[in-house]
Design a protein around this ligand. Structure first.
Ligand code: ADP
Ligand code: MG
Length: 299
């Protein structure tokens, strides 16, 4: 559903965030034989995986460009079940603000085949195109789309747990999508949050106090990470808390300090960020409210 708006600008935003402009809806076999794939250049590296550009020859003879994600070889044994879990989560999702999984290939190595987001990660894009971005326009659209996709995850009882600019991908200058479900978890019926049993390679600078203190992850802890993600956006890709270690950033948060207002960030948007970083999870805005805020013209 689109949200009421007065200005044309925002009507356009609404149009963009609610339009479903991709061709991956048709149900085709999700298991892709290796011989239907070709692998091209490396386009991204994360903590766990490498991502390549490639092509996929579909059953109907159509050749499409895809992104092929595979675990780093040294991770292959230890993280295979995690990788499959990630694919399983993505397979159930169907939203234009969430990166689509086209299928899995047994390889070897095990491969995830995703829709290709030609502009790559938001972090890369804002770092190398800062002169071409109108922060008042693109940033608001992207923030609205991220909140919209996150609201969809919330409806599906999922926590993302790795929301950050490096994990937002751009299909175009008008379409941001959420990706990297490697840490995402279902919190299950009747539960308010997902309880982590043990720590891991956690992105602490993006984490809410209840997450780094007690291992509790909820949609409200994702809202904290959303605040950090839009802070990265308005700084054109600065690292949160600079060179500080994650554990030192936590000390600052516990003392009541927060990330500073970026130069390109208007006061009313910094106010929203600070609400996302309320120590009390319940006091943070919901994703629904964030969608409303970023699709309503407030200057
Ligand atoms: P990890 O779980 O290791 O962090 P990601 O899924 O985040 O792996 O992918 C790492 C990087 O690869 C991303 O930051 C992005 O630059 C690139 N990438 C991942 N998926 C895609 C995609 N579908 N289209 C284009 N680039 C992608
Ligand atoms: Mg990642």
């Amino acid at each position: 559903k689109c949200y009421p708006s007065q200005s044309q600008n925002i009507a356009f935003t609404c149009d963009i965030i609610t339009s479903n402009n991709n061709n991956y809806n048709e149900k085709e076999d999700r298991y892709i034989p290796l011989e239907r794939l070709t692998r091209g250049a490396l386009i991204g590296e994360g903590e766990f995986a490498s991502v390549y550009e490639g092509t996929y020859l579909k059953n109907n003879g159509q050749l499409i460009k895809v992104a092929i994600k595979t675990l780093h070889p040294e991770q292959m044994q230890s993280s295979k079940s995690e990788f499959l879990r990630e694919a399983e989560v993505m397979m159930k999702l169907d939203h234009h603000c969430v990166v689509r999984l086209i299928g899995l290939s047994e390889g070897p190595p095990l491969l995830m085949v995703q829709e290709l987001l030609p502009l790559g990660s938001m972090l890369q894009y804002i770092t190398s195109n800062s002169d071409r971005i109108n922060s008042n326009f693109e940033f608001k659209i992207w923030a609205a789309q991220i909140a919209y996709g996150m609201q969809y995850l919330e409806q599906n009882e999922l926590v993302h747990r790795d929301l950050a600019a490096r994990n937002i991908l751009l299909a175009s200058r008008n379409q941001a999508k959420i990706s990297d479900f490697g840490l995402s978890r279902a919190f299950g019926q009747g539960h308010q949050y997902y309880q982590a049993k043990e720590g891991g390679k956690w992105p602490l600078k993006w984490y809410a106090p209840e997450s780094y203190n007690y291992g509790q992850f909820s949609n409200k802890s994702d809202v904290w990470s959303f605040g950090v993600t839009i802070w990265e956006m308005y700084t054109f890709g600065e690292t949160p808390y600079g060179d500080l270690k994650g554990s030192d950033a936590i000390t600052l948060i516990e003392q009541g300090e927060r990330l500073k207002q970026p130069d390109a960030c208007p006061d009313h948007i910094y106010d929203i960020m600070k609400r996302c970083w309320d120590y009390k999870a319940a006091a943070r805005p919901s994703f629904q409210e964030l969608v409303d805020i970023f699709t309503t013209d407030s200057g």
